[in-house]
Ligand binder design. Structure first.
Ligand code: DGL
Length: 278
């Protein structure tokens, strides 16, 4: 912390949001990597999934979610959703003045890692269609075969805690078939919900793929951005965590308990006031 940084800013939470509970995979990495930071997670589970919605809808809704976290006094914002990043991050960056850390599919590390020069990418339809993804591929993986695996409905399985069992296994087997039949040696989980399905994916694919998801890379980037802005929290006690969801609070609590492992997560009410437009 620089002597000129107000201590209220240092103490302010880092805000994270996702279309639903998928971004809790990023929360887990942040909690571990930045143990002294206070975290505020916002799940728009009432509106999940975003992955099949129009870009216009996603931009508008993402701005509303970001504004809730800004109104709560967050010192930085993590877009814990690939779909929202690829569709709405430029708009958010243009409109908000706090540091914004966004997530995108791990195409760059996958291209560096793949020996067979073939990478499979599981993501939402909107992510796969986005120009943001095309740019990413052109920039870092121009000479790599990218096997695109659209996964409509998969984020919903995580929202409803269907993480293992014969049904989800059959669905994942079908989705992964093109990748399993290809030369791909690397699998990118291009949606923050999918790391919660990793044990089931590994049960199907064995050691066939290097599986990549960027949660710890995002946590490292959050650290760097806060350090640059002189607002890392160096309090002696462990940082707090609180959760807001647009879904009914008891339903949200049960899902947060399972995915975070917290026995008694602090749940805050979703703001019912009309949102400020800035
Ligand atoms: N978790 C989101 C992502 O990373 C998307 C899930 C959805 O809402 O479709 O893309």
């Amino acid at each position: 912390m620089s002597p000129s940084t107000p201590s209220s800013l240092v103490q302010a939470p880092i805000g994270l949001f996702d279309s639903g509970v998928g971004g809790l995979s990023i929360w887990l990495a942040l909690r571990q990597s930045l143990p002294k930071e206070n975290l505020l997670y916002l799940a728009d589970s009432q509106c999940a999934p975003y992955g099949d919605r129009s870009p216009e809808w996603i931009v508008e809704r993402t701005l509303r979610m970001a504004q809730i976290l800004v109104d709560q006094g967050c010192k930085a914002l993590v877009i814990a959703c690939n779909t929202a990043t690829l569709v709405a991050a430029p708009t958010l960056r243009a409109k908000l003045s706090i540091p914004i850390i966004a997530i995108e599919p791990a195409i760059k590390p996958a291209a560096a890692l793949s020996r067979s020069r073939s990478v499979a990418l599981m993501a939402t339809s909107r992510t796969l269609d986005s120009s943001g993804l095309q740019n990413l591929i052109q920039r870092y993986a121009n000479d790599i075969e990218i096997i695109r695996i659209p996964c409509p409905g998969l984020a919903d399985r995580v929202e409803t805690l269907q993480l293992s069992g014969p049904e989800i296994e059959a669905e994942l087997r079908e989705r992964l078939a093109p990748a399993l039949q290809s030369q791909a040696d690397t699998l990118v989980l291009g949606c923050t919900h999918y790391p919660f399905l990793r044990p089931t994916i590994e049960a199907i694919s064995g050691s066939r793929f290097h599986i990549l998801e960027p949660s710890f890379a995002v946590a490292a980037q959050v650290y760097r951005r806060l350090e640059q802005a002189h607002c890392l929290n160096s309090q002696t006690q462990a940082g707090s965590s609180a959760f807001i969801s647009s879904a009914p609070i008891e339903q949200a609590r049960a899902v947060v308990q399972v995915l975070t492992g917290l026995a008694e997560p602090t749940m805050l009410a979703f703001p019912t006031q009309p949102l400020k437009t800035r």
